[in-house]
Design a protein. Structure first.
Length: 198
C-alpha cells in the first residue's frame, strides 16, 4: 500500500485481539447508509482509496508478526479505537506483556489533538489508553444496551436486527462511539444498525 495515497486523509485505526474487523464492517455499513464518503484498507487486496477525507484501517494485533506490526505503525493514525486486548487464549504472562507493549507503543504514537477510544469493559484497554499522553483526547465506550432475541438482538427504542455475531452489542458499542466522534448523529447510527448484515 502506498502510504502517500492516504497522507492527507484523517486516518482511523481500529485495533484489538478480537473484534477489529467486525467493528470495521459495522462502521463501513453505517457510513454507507448515511452517505458519508470514506475509504478503507482491510488488506493489501481489499481496499478502496479515493477522494474521501477519512480512511478506516483495522488490525487484529494478535495475528501480527514484527514486520507487519512496524508496517502498521507507519499509518500514523489520528484516531484509534482499542477494543479487546485481554486474550483468554493466552494465560502466559510473558505473552500478555508482549501484547501490552505493542498496544502501548501504538497508543504512544497518537498525536497531540488525536483521540483514543477504548472499551471500558476491557481492563487492559483501560490501562493502556488512560496512560498520560499530552494533548490526546480519551473517549471510553461500552456495549450497546440490548437483549438477545431469536436470530439477533433487540436494541433500545424497540429497534431490532438479525445477526450471527454473538458479540454484536459489544462491537456496535465500539462502532457507535467512533461514528459519533466523526459527527454521525446517534439516531442515524442506530437506524443504520437495523439494516446491518453479517
Amino acid at each position: 500500500m502506498n502510504l502517500a495515497s492516504i497522507k492527507d486523509k484523517q486516518r482511523i485505526a481500529i485495533i484489538g485481539n478480537e473484534g477489529a474487523h467486525e467493528i470495521t464492517k459495522i462502521v463501513l455499513h453505517v457510513l454507507s447508509v448515511v452517505g458519508k464518503a470514506h475509504d478503507f484498507i482491510l488488506s493489501q487486496e481489499d481496499h478502496r482509496i479515493g477522494n474521501a477525507a477519512i480512511v478506516i484501517i483495522p488490525c487484529d494485533f494478535s495475528d501480527l508478526d514484527a514486520i507487519e506490526f512496524e508496517e502498521f505503525l507507519e499509518f500514523n493514525h489520528h484516531i484509534a479505537l482499542i477494543h479487546h486486548v485481554e486474550d483468554e487464549k493466552s494465560k502466559n504472562y510473558q505473552a500478555v506483556e508482549k501484547f501490552i507493549e505493542k498496544y502501548e507503543l501504538f497508543a504512544d504514537l497518537t498525536p497531540k489533538s488525536g483521540t483514543l477510544l477504548y472499551n471500558k469493559e476491557d481492563n487492559l484497554a483501560v490501562v493502556i489508553s488512560e496512560k498520560q499522553r499530552e494533548g490526546v483526547s480519551l473517549v471510553e465506550y461500552e456495549s450497546l444496551s440490548g437483549t438477545e432475541i431469536d436470530g439477533g438482538f433487540r436494541l433500545e427504542d424497540n429497534l431490532s436486527l438479525r445477526t450471527k455475531n454473538n458479540n454484536f452489542l459489544s462491537h456496535a458499542g465500539a462502532a457507535k462511539a467512533l461514528l459519533q466522534k466523526i459527527s454521525i448523529p446517534s439516531d442515524q447510527i442506530m437506524e443504520a444498525f437495523t439494516t446491518y448484515k453479517d
